[in-house]
Write a protein that binds this ligand. Structure first.
Ligand SMILES: [Zn+2]
Length: 195
């Protein structure tokens, strides 16, 4: 390893810890820049702002071009960042959600209220377009979970025995004439079929 002595801190360091052709090491340069910024904050801020004002278009263009040229790299970087900070991020999201529970659900409700028609139109279109697929999914789900669904239904009936009886009684009361007419028709057809 090639070593070099920093003219500022006097430490002997590997040459790649120096900016090329510089007598001081990177640590010292960083420290110098930090101190300089601290001592000249107003001046630097003004200079930066002025530079930005004068070169706004150039700066924006440069940024756009940088994003465009490095799309893959940036995406990769984001992915890596998420990968490394997965737990931190999901913890933050959980926290954010917890803190803003009411606000978020209000926003959702409001969004739904304001876009009700578009949303249901969108849903309707989606359903229509994917009718077969949705049916197939439902069929598949039912096939896979047949026993579970049966058990759920049985349990529901068991748990709501009285309520269901009451509903049936009420339905019969409200539709007595219709039901009687249907029964009459059913038996009349049966008799007619026998000849
Ligand atoms: Zn140094």
């Amino acid at each position: 390893m090639i070593m070099k002595t920093c003219s500022k801190c006097g430490e002997q360091k590997a040459v790649d810890l120096f900016v090329k052709n510089s007598a001081t090491c990177k640590d010292c340069q960083r420290e110098y820049q930090r101190k300089y910024r601290e001592n000249n904050r107003d001046k630097v801020n003004k200079w930066q702002q002025k530079y930005y004002e004068n070169n706004k278009d150039k700066a924006i263009k440069w940024q756009q071009k940088y994003c465009e040229d490095n799309k893959v790299k940036i995406k990769e970087w984001h992915k890596t960042y998420r990968e490394i900070n997965k737990e931190k991020i999901s913890e933050q999201q959980r926290e954010h959600h917890k803190k803003n529970k009411d606000k978020i659900s209000n926003q959702h409700r409001e969004y739904y209220e304001n876009n009700k028609e578009q949303l249901s139109e969108k849903q309707r279109k989606y359903n229509k377009k994917n009718k077969e697929q949705i049916k197939a999914q439902q069929r598949e789900y039912f096939e896979k979970n047949k026993d579970k669904i049966k058990e759920q239904k049985r349990k529901h009936r068991e748990d709501n025995k009285d309520k269901i009886k009451e509903q049936q009684r009420a339905y019969y009361q409200n539709n007595k004439e219709k039901i009687k007419a249907q029964q009459r028709e059913y038996y009349a057809n049966k008799i007619a079929a026998k000849g």
